[in-house]
Design a protein. Structure first.
Length: 313
């Protein structure tokens, strides 16, 4: 067979996995997502949670459809549609709706606690779905970092109090986002980062349009300019542009490592809640934030240590 025969041609992935700059893409995505909880809290003060959770996806789906059409992207094939449905169920339907309803009663600083659980949940989903094998030290640091972030979040939101129904919604949002992140990170290696979130948005758009119309018939949307500006950020950045960087970082991977930069998100969210919403922000924010960031850094360094090679039988 000739060397230039088409039979020997290799298909390269859209995003080459495991490049060093995956963490930087992940950090960029987390910086964009860190405004999601405070701005959702702003928006639900005047707009219905069902409208916010569904209409933000409609706005993002319109942008996604234009981007896919202008760049003439090829349609996903076969089982990729099923995997896109999993992504859409997690990040387009599950997390936005559950978080919006939870934040009607929970302050933004308390809602940031849900972000504290995402790194461990995403790492677990990545290991189960992507067959990654982090060392035991990685899981120890992940657990410590998650607990530090949870304690930090509860301390900032006024104490550990009794569980509330909103906490169950936030827990459901964590599970939904973790599954969507892990599956989307793998699928982005085949379709591309922004293409994955765009197709997921388009796939979920009929359901989200229906929910938006249902919400508008029940309660016509009426908000202040600030509330509409917060809603616009949720639709354009939190639901669309932020995933460009986040899914690219997860696709470059390793996902279990990149997911740990999420430990920084609750710190940023609580800081934004204090600066933008006037919620309680004390000197403990600095100490708690340093502890969370330190755990994230240790987890990244631990994950960089290569596993010993397994001898072949």
């Amino acid at each position: 067979m000739r060397d230039n025969s088409s039979a020997t041609t290799l298909i390269r992935p859209v995003i080459p996995p495991r490049q060093p700059h995956g963490l930087w893409w992940g950090l960029l995505g987390i910086a964009a997502f860190s405004f999601t909880v405070p701005f959702t809290r702003v928006a639900v003060a005047g707009l219905a949670p069902l409208f916010i959770g569904s209409a933000r996806a409609v706005v993002a789906a319109v942008l996604a459809a234009f981007a896919l059409a202008l760049t003439r992207q090829c349609l996903p094939r076969g089982v990729q549609w099923v995997r896109l449905a999993v992504v859409a169920g997690g990040i387009v339907v599950g997390f936005p709706l559950l978080a919006s309803f939870a934040l009607t009663t929970s302050p933004a600083s308390h809602g940031a606690v849900v972000i504290a659980l995402l790194p461990a949940a995403t790492a677990t989903a990545a290991v189960l779905r992507g067959r990654e094998r982090p060392p035991a030290a990685f899981w120890v640091v992940t657990a410590v970092g998650s607990m530090a972030a949870i304690v930090f979040g509860f301390a900032q939101s006024g104490g550990f109090g009794q569980p509330h129904w909103a906490d169950l919604l936030l827990l459901g949002a964590v599970v939904a986002a973790a599954i969507g992140y892990a599956e989307g990170g793998l699928l982005a290696r085949e379709l591309g980062a922004w293409q994955t979130v765009s197709w997921a948005l388009v796939l979920a758009s009929p359901l989200m349009v229906f929910l938006t119309a249902l919400s508008m018939t029940q309660q016509p949307p009426s908000g202040t300019p600030v509330q509409w500006a917060a809603f616009a950020y949720l639709g354009v950045v939190s639901m669309f542009l932020g995933f460009f960087a986040w899914y690219r970082g997860l696709a470059i991977g390793p996902m279990a490592q990149v997911s740990q930069v999420q430990l920084i998100q609750p710190v940023l969210s609580i800081c934004w809640a204090g600066l933008l919403l006037g919620e309680n922000l004390s000197w403990t924010t600095i100490l708690g934030g340093l502890a969370v960031i330190l755990c994230a850094g240790i987890a990244v360094r631990v994950r960089r240590v290569p596993l010993p090679a397994t001898p072949s039988p």
